[in-house]
Design a protein around this ligand. Structure first.
Ligand code: FAD
Ligand code: NAP
Length: 334
């Protein structure tokens, strides 16, 4: 365990916002966590992973625990699958590359998502038609209110579209230490349903590795590298509408793109709504909407969290006025 006081978080969040954490504690093992909780209690705690889904609007006055619990281990193996235990502080993309290297499938579509494995269940990370819940078996977490380590089954995590119980009832109430994922040893679950992937793979063999390579290539060409241009990926979630609300929207805007999620719900890409409001590539002081993907808000170098938040509210308001649709942040605002 390492402790630092008034520690700058500029290099620890992908927006590159310069705020300080009053008490910054690096957790490298579960025993660090138990010892720390015994002496400090459960109040005023925030957990930090890779800082890639955060907008920091002020200094952090309480305790900030940085998850660096490591380890990748196969727990059980059969002919078709492996059950893998992964330390919450492992880097997600490096874990994906480990799986690809070993020929284990199921997470290749989620290549190059920044952040840690421990944060992946928080919003049930997803990309290109695959979500964490598709391979998820369970997790261990320290539950602040119960004062002990707790095992969560998949059902108890309440996964939804970029959502889980950890964004709702258990928001800021747990520290996820280890995650259990079941990966396949066969190629049978390969998913190339997204147009961008199938286009990238034209003329190539479809495999775990080629999908991962395709996703990496698409993402590198389309998304800003946080090391060059600060951002937290999609700032807003896509919109889920009921059939009735959607048909009203479609009547007014016949070209609105959409995807049917289930019998009751239709997904509308928020990027399209923002684009139609004229925000694509628009700069507003030190912040703005990225030129290739307006869903991504960027920091041109010196933005504060408050400025980005203010701009995000302008975008939200314009979308509401034009489409009568409310868009909500995916990013966690502190
Ligand atoms: P952080 O930003 O550090 O934390 C996010 C939240 O999770 C905070 O509330 C924090 O308190 C909580 N948290 C973190 N770790 C723990 C833990 N161990 N226990 C309890 N709570 C914890 N997301 C997608 O779903 N799909 C994408 O395709 C995608 N692409 C992205 C592309 C870019 C360029 C960027 C910058 C972001 C992208 N994201 C995407 C968002 C982000 O990468 C994910 O949400 C990721 O899981 C965040 O991980 P993190 O470790 O950085 O979490
Ligand atoms: P895109 O391919 O331009 O598509 C725009 C939106 O349409 C996406 O948000 C996607 O929803 C939806 N979509 C496209 N094809 C679909 C299909 N065949 N079936 C169902 N929905 C479809 O999106 P993009 O911005 O380049 O992102 C590509 C993928 O990476 C997406 O899955 C996206 O979620 C993910 N991504 C996420 C973040 C983040 O921070 N959360 C950042 C960058 C990229 P979904 O978002 O539901 O897939």
């Amino acid at each position: 365990m390492r402790k630092l006081e008034n520690h700058s978080l500029k290099d620890l969040n992908t927006f590159g916002i310069d705020v300080n954490a009053r008490d910054f504690i690096v957790i490298e093992h579960e025993t660090d966590l138990f010892r720390w909780v015994e002496s400090h209690g459960y109040e005023d705690i925030h957990v930090l992973g890779g800082g890639s889904n955060l907008l920091l609007t002020q200094d952090i006055d309480g305790y900030l625990l940085k998850n660096e619990i490591k380890g990748i281990e196969i727990i059980v193996e059969d002919e078709e699958t492996v059950l893998v235990e992964v330390g919450g502080g492992e880097n997600w993309h490096e874990f994906v590359l480990w799986a690809v290297e070993h020929g284990y499938g199921g997470i290749e579509n989620m290549s190059l998502i920044p952040g840690t494995v421990g944060a992946a269940p928080i919003q049930n990370i997803g990309a290109y038609g695959v979500e964490l819940k598709d391979v998820f078996e369970g997790l261990n977490a320290f539950h602040w209110e119960k004062g002990e380590e707790w095992v969560f089954t998949k059902e108890e995590c309440g996964f939804g579209y970029r959502d889980s119980v950890f964004k709702r009832a258990l928001r800021n109430k747990v520290f996820i230490t280890r995650v259990y994922l079941r990966l396949t040893k066969q190629n049978h679950s390969l998913n190339t349903s997204y147009g961008a992937i199938s286009k990238e793979l034209t003329g190539k063999a479809v495999s775990i590795r080629s999908i991962s390579d395709a996703v990496i290539a698409i993402r590198q060409s389309k998304l800003p590298d946080p090391k060059v241009l600060g951002n937290s990926g999609s700032f807003f979630k896509n919109v889920e509408l009921s059939k009735e609300t959607f048909s009203n929207l479609q009547e007014a805007f016949p070209s609105v793109p959409h995807y049917i999620m289930d019998e009751q719900t239709i997904k509308v890409p928020t990027a399209w709504l923002i684009d139609q409001c004229g925000f694509k590539g628009v700069r507003y002081g030190e912040t703005g909407c990225y030129e290739k993907q307006p869903l991504v808000l960027v920091n041109y170098g010196h933005a504060t969290g408050a400025e980005i938040l203010e701009f995000s509210k302008k975008v939200q308001k314009k979308v509401q006025e034009k489409f009568n649709v409310r868009i909500s942040p995916e990013v966690n605002i502190w």
